[in-house]
Design a binder for this molecule. Structure first.
Ligand code: PLP
Length: 400
């Protein structure tokens, strides 16, 4: 699907299966950023000349593009950040630090990415919140029953990935969000691995905070989004202070902040990157998130079927409903598998994938991860499977 849109696929002889780490960029995104640099470079929210006004318009109206993409109520709820990690840190230290008290419980799972665990651990050190983990089932997934049994009267926040980055299980955020809203629990969704692949509805799913990254959805690196329900965003404090976010400040002390969401974007923001993100979202919307999801599931099933034919391969997540597949080859480290596949120009990820607690359930330290996107094909999967079948002893082939 639409391979011709991606310069990397025509410029380089690669099979790119590392889309959960970052995706390739279509020409329209690269062009949008180049246009800003070639034709209307200017800072935003400062100049009254033509290029500056155009940059202002495109930057500010990208909030409406995001609103329509993830279906929140208002463009005011959209804060630009540098990525999911920044978004979660902003939420934790700008909002949760003031909202939570010692002893309050935050519910996570051990399958979360480091970016959705470490800020909470740091907050626990700072103010004494308690982190609890929802037990994973035999497929390393969060069931609604396990979610419910982990709730206590002290649960104040639930923070979960919509799709996890190793197992790729899709959490039922709609029912979890509904429960949280009815029980006065705040719900943060880490959308880094879902927003690029699935249609998401911020209002319908009762989400309070949503984080995601531009670079995992055909957009540039260095830009991401934190969407926060308007009444909560009004209560959030900025973490960074400086130009662009204040109305005024005084020699005797004190300051007045600009309105939401600009007050959270101190300093010169990543302008070209926001414009690249705008182009990426419009591009994805044109293809249709439902089409992307259906095609990825088709590819994933094909991959599971073909990879299951390789005797030495163990697959950890045959049934997860996303384009992410984690496996190991018997007796070979995941690093050696990925180095070996590199000899065939096949790009996969190996290691713990920033989910360092998952090993407690998975009982392996690292896996090889194939993560698919809509430009992958069954022919590419055949090439991967053939390479793995050919390899009798990866240790002998890989050069150190
Ligand atoms: N959350 C999940 C589930 C992820 O997969 C990732 C990145 O892989 C992140 C958060 C962090 O994203 P970023 O590195 O873009 O901040």
């Amino acid at each position: 699907m639409r391979r011709e849109d991606f310069p990397m696929l025509s410029n380089k002889n690669i099979i790119y299966f590392d889309n959960a780490a970052t995706t390739l960029k279509p020409r329209c995104v690269i062009d949008a950023m180049n246009d800003y640099y070639n034709y209307y470079t200017a800072n935003i929210h400062r100049g009254l000349y033509e290029s500056s006004i155009l940059a202002d318009y495109l930057y500010d109206s990208t909030r409406f593009v995001v609103r329509d993409f993830i279906h929140c109520s208002s463009a005011k709820e959209v804060v630009f950040t540098s990525g999911t990690t920044h978004s979660i840190n902003l939420m934790v230290f700008g909002f949760m630090k003031n909202y939570l008290e010692a002893g309050d419980e935050v519910l996570l799972s051990k399958a979360e990415h480091a970016s959705n665990i470490l800020p909470w651990i740091r907050l626990a050190e700072e103010i004494g919140i308690v982190i609890r983990f929802i037990p994973l089932d035999e497929n390393y997934a969060v069931t609604y029953e396990n979610f419910l049994s982990s709730i206590t009267p002290k649960t104040k926040v639930v923070s979960l990935a919509h799709v996890t980055n190793v197992i790729g299980d899709v959490r039922n955020i709609c029912v979890i969000g509904n429960y949280c809203r009815n029980h006065n629990i705040l719900f943060h969704v880490d959308g880094a691995q879902s927003v690029p692949h699935l249609s998401i509805d911020f209002i319908h799913d009762n989400i309070d905070f949503l984080s995601f990254s531009g670079h995992k959805m055909c957009g540039p690196t260095g830009v991401g989004v934190l969407v926060v329900r308007e009444n909560l965003l009004k209560k959030m404090a900025p973490v960074f202070y400086g130009g662009g976010m204040n109305e005024s400040f005084y020699s005797e002390g004190g300051y007045q902040l600009k309105d939401i969401p600009v007050r959270f974007e101190a300093g010169t923001p990543p302008i070209a990157e926001v414009l690249g993100l705008r182009s990426a979202i419009l591009y994805l919307m044109k293809i249709g998130l439902d089409n992307i999801h259906i095609y990825e599931i088709y590819l994933k099933r094909y991959l599971v079927e073909k990879l299951s034919e390789v005797p030495s391969v163990t697959i950890y997540n045959k049934d997860s409903n996303s384009g992410i597949l984690a496996f190991n080859v018997e007796g070979v480290s995941s690093m050696d598998v990925s180095k070996y596949l590199n000899m065939y120009h096949i790009c996969v990820r190996s290691g713990s994938h920033c989910s360092k607690m998952l090993k407690e359930d998975l009982n392996v330290l690292s896996t090889v991860r194939v993560s698919l996107y809509f430009y992958n094909t069954t022919e590419e999967i055949d090439a991967l499977v053939l390479a793995l079948k050919k390899c009798q002893n990866i240790f002998k082939i890989v050069e150190y």
